[in-house]
Design a protein around this ligand. Structure first.
Ligand code: FE2
Length: 368
């Protein structure tokens, strides 16, 4: 954002991410057990909702909601039939949800939800929403007049089952995969409609392996709290992983959610012991690691045993790794990231990462 230009869409953070899934009860159990999320709030038959059952979880500043339909013919059911389990809503905390809606719709956003006020004894929340890529939406959430547990309509979820937290802190970035030739459409959407600016871009020369390629641009909001890289497939010898995603998701959608931790080694050890599966990184990646990234505080043999990747930019370095897809279709996965100064996204790891994904694609028979 240029100096002196008012941010017409001030966003203070990611409010929550809502997943439409076929079995929200079991999904919530998985994210509690495997990822260390804590029970936060419930909505469903016991709160008088006869159409939707939702489980809200929290860890650090990360809030996830898992929602399933209770009856046939719902928007959620249709979404699951088309896309499988996936992210429907990236909710953003704003100062003024009505103004956020008006300013973005005025700039060309397709409306999803007109501003509505929700109230209960905890106070008042105003929400509005617009579409972004595919069927994914942004819900603007204004909660300055709310002291309740999560959102009106939800009640506190007190569970007897409370696996320990894993120290996950906040959402670092969320990546969208879009179809052939659509990357600029959506980066321009974030620029024009939401006032974001472009941080960096990679073209297919940066991010290509023998077989596959992609192009990527990173968009960020005015205060840098929201970062949305957008990927599109590029031509390679075989089907790119972005194309595989778009085929199985049947359109554009959220590819991965990167969550920050202050101690990636401990977090990943614990995630693995709780059954989270990660991409396997070849041992060769670690052979020349230090010559690529310089000195790091971590023990390379520990990083190697856990499959943690390292990349450096002019500001410092970062550690990261990626889970396997977390649903039957090869679509959404998670990233764990620990930043030690670096502000970038692991460009130096893309090639090693994609080669690892290609090995998985071969196993799936989708590297055509
Ligand atoms: Fe990422």
């Amino acid at each position: 954002m240029a100096l002196g230009v008012e941010d017409f869409l001030p966003i203070s953070g990611t409010d929550y991410v809502e997943f439409y899934v076929s079995n929200a009860l079991q999904a919530a159990h998985y994210y509690k057990t495997a990822f260390g999320f804590q029970s936060l709030a419930r909505r469903g038959l016991e709160t008088g909702d006869r159409e939707i059952s939702s489980y809200a979880l929290q860890q650090g500043k990360v809030r996830l909601i898992f929602s399933s339909p209770l009856v046939p013919g719902t928007e959620i059911g249709t979404h699951i039939d088309e896309h499988g389990d996936g992210v429907k809503v990236i909710a953003l905390t704003v100062e003024d949800a009505t103004r956020s809606f008006e300013e973005t719709v005025k700039r060309g956003a397709k409306p999803f939800l007109s501003p509505q006020t929700l109230e209960d004894k905890g106070g008042r929340v105003v929400q509005s929403g617009i579409y972004t890529y595919g069927e994914t939406v942004h819900i603007f959430t204004e909660r300055k007049a709310y002291r309740g547990v999560f959102l009106p309509g939800f009640k506190r979820w007190d569970s007897d089952y409370n696996p320990s937290s894993l120290g996950l802190k906040y959402i670092d970035h969320m990546v969208g995969n879009v179809g052939w030739g659509e990357m600029n459409t959506w980066t321009q959407f974030y620029e024009r409609v939401m006032g974001f600016t472009q941080l960096i871009s990679f073209d297919d020369k940066d991010i290509s392996t023998e077989y596959t390629a992609l192009m990527s641009k990173v968009m960020r909001n005015g205060n840098d709290r929201i970062k949305f890289p957008i990927n599109e497939p590029a031509r390679g010898k075989r089907k790119s992983q972005i194309e595989e995603y778009v085929d199985f998701y049947r359109g554009s959608g959220v590819q991965h959610i990167a969550i920050a931790t202050d101690n990636i080694v401990e977090t990943v050890e614990e995630l693995k012991s709780r059954g989270v599966e990660f991409l396997k990184i070849p041992d060769t990646y670690y052979e020349d690691l230090l010559s690529r990234v310089g000195n790091i505080e971590e023990d390379v043999s520990v990083l190697r045993s856990l499959g943690i990747l390292v990349d450096r930019d002019e500001d410092g370095y970062l550690l990261q790794l990626f889970t396997q897809p977390v649903e039957p279709r090869p679509t959404l996965f998670f990233e764990l990231i620990q930043r030690k100064g670096a502000k970038s996204f692991g460009k130096g790891n893309f090639k090693a990462l994609f080669e690892a994904i290609e090995r998985e694609q071969i196993l799936r028979g989708t590297l055509e």
